[in-house]
Design a protein around this ligand. Structure first.
Ligand SMILES: NC(=O)c1ccc[n+]([C@@H]2O[C@H](COP(=O)([O-])OP(=O)(O)OC[C@H]3O[C@@H](n4cnc5c(N)ncnc54)[C@H](O)[C@@H]3O)[C@@H](O)[C@H]2O)c1
Length: 254
């Protein structure tokens, strides 16, 4: 018996097989879940990647900036599963001008895009899925430790600080629906999102050396395992929490 046996899980954010979401979807299936995916933009690419999962999974289109996509999401998911027990938010984007050391010059329009896609969407996705979560469940998002000002992460760091706060407010408001809301703060991983950060190499060089447990920049499984565990029945009284999956970097001095 897997720890997600019988659970129905929506996983957003699969783009390539290096995506954190891909590992989450794969592990969730291996642990017994029925998985529905959403993809953004390059849907044929996402469908091709989905074929590499142990079981076929439907791919639905979701741009979190589209009210139409969000408004129809529950009905579209409902064509594949009769409810949801878990929702994974693995979505982030910031325009290039908002990253890479340009913090003082980024325009509000570009900051607004980063916050809309990376922060506000955590709330929009959870609310869009609420009609399918009548028996309660778990929402999990992917975070990057926002307690510090990092090199090059810039407005994405501000967006993640907002995500951490958003997660606590969602935990407050969805708790009465028996829905737990938690974040997994992963260390740096070589995904498309990471490659689009100018200067990401600074993290690549320093993180493995700083981490008490060491850190593999190509291994998304530890972060995925935490997501799967948080959606299982093994964290029944945990909400508003941030689980660090970073080799221990958050706990030690530089
Ligand atoms: N890679 C890292 O180092 C790292 C570390 C900690 C947290 N994270 C977080 O993990 C999450 C997943 O990122 P990843 O690293 O797997 O990279 P990724 O590029 O594989 O995934 C990012 C996803 O966001 C989606 N997306 C972008 N704009 C969207 C929109 N408007 N609507 C819907 N989806 C949209 C993309 O299609 C993509 O699937 C992000 O929240 C990211 O910030 C990543």
């Amino acid at each position: 018996m897997g720890i997600l046996e019988g659970k129905r899980i929506l996983v957003t954010g699969v783009l390539t097989d290096a995506s954190i979401a891909f590992s989450v979807a794969k592990l969730a299936q291996e642990e017994g879940a029925t998985v529905v995916l959403t993809g953004f933009g390059r849907l044929s690419l996402v469908e091709r990647i989905a074929k590499r999962l142990p079981e076929p999974a439907p791919v639905l289109e979701l741009d979190v900036q589209s009210n139409e996509h969000l408004g129809t999401l529950a009905a579209r998911v409902g064509e594949h599963v009769d409810g949801l027990d878990g929702v994974v938010h693995s979505i982030g984007f910031a325009p290039q001008t908002a990253l890479g050391g340009n913090f003082l010059n980024t325009t509000w329009e570009d900051v607004a895009t980063a916050l809309h896609v990376s922060t506000y969407s955590f709330k929009s996705l959870a609310v869009a899925c609420l009609p399918l979560m009548k028996e309660g469940g778990a929402v999990v998002g992917l975070d990057f430790d926002a307690t510090k000002a990092w090199p090059v992460y810039d407005w994405m760091g501000v967006a993640k600080a907002g995500l951490e706060s958003c997660s606590r407010y969602l935990a407050r408001d969805l708790g009465p629906h028996n829905i737990r809301v938690n974040l997994v703060a992963a260390g740096p991983l070589r995904t498309m999102a990471a490659k689009s950060i100018p200067g990401f190499k600074e993290f690549e060089d320093s993180w493995p050396a700083k981490a008490p447990l060491g850190w593999d920049l190509a291994d998304t499984i530890p972060a995925a395992k935490a997501c799967v565990a948080l959606m299982s029945d093994w964290f029944p009284a945990t909400t508003g929490e941030i689980v660090h999956v970073d080799g221990g970097v958050h706990a030690v001095g530089a």
